[in-house]
Design a protein around this ligand. Structure first.
Ligand code: 4NP
Length: 159
């Protein structure tokens, strides 16, 4: 069987947005019967939360949609990720600037804003860390929609 398509989601802490994206997108991929063809991971540009579970509010919001992200553990982005992954999808412009700096040095997969795959006018997944529970619902809505666009893109790549 051909190599899987490898997708990496990146945010700042790897405890709110990118693990949510990993969980939601994995569910979409499984529902599409493509689990064997798509590998998914997430990480953060920062080091503060390495080894931690996703934020309790992110876990609860995902669970309300039947998605279990409790088993994920935070890790930090590394330059080799740009060689390993076919898609490196970041949540906001700061993540993009940070990863782009590494990409300029390292080469490999060019990072892109995840929401480029969605149809919303918004191009950033807002950081919900310092806000209320509503912010986590917004995150899930945005990543679900962009995830469908991403899946369509991957289908095109595999076709
Ligand atoms: P994330 O959210 O980047 O979506 O995981 C954050 C998590 C932690 C912090 C900031 C954002 N923090 O400052 O610790």
């Amino acid at each position: 069987m051909a190599d899987p398509v490898r997708v990496l989601f990146v945010c700042l802490g790897n405890i709110c947005r990118s693990p949510s994206a990993e969980g939601v997108f994995r569910t979409l991929v499984e529902q599409a019967g493509m689990a064997e063809q798509v590998e998914i991971d997430s990480c953060g540009t920062g080091h503060w939360h390495i080894g931690k579970s996703p934020d309790a509010r992110a876990q609860e919001a995902a669970q309300r949609r039947g998605i279990d992200i409790s088993g994920l553990r935070a890790r930090q982005f590394s330059p080799e990720d740009l060689d390993r992954f076919d898609y490196v999808l970041v949540m906001d412009h700061q993540n993009l600037a940070d990863i782009r700096d590494v990409w300029h040095q390292n080469g490999g997969t060019r990072p892109a804003l995840f929401l480029e795959y969605g149809s919303s006018l918004q191009d950033e997944v807002p950081d919900p860390y310092y806000g209320g529970a509503d912010g986590f619902e917004v995150v899930l809505d945005l990543i679900h929609e962009a995830g469908e666009g991403l899946l369509a893109d991957i289908r095109g790549r595999l076709a």
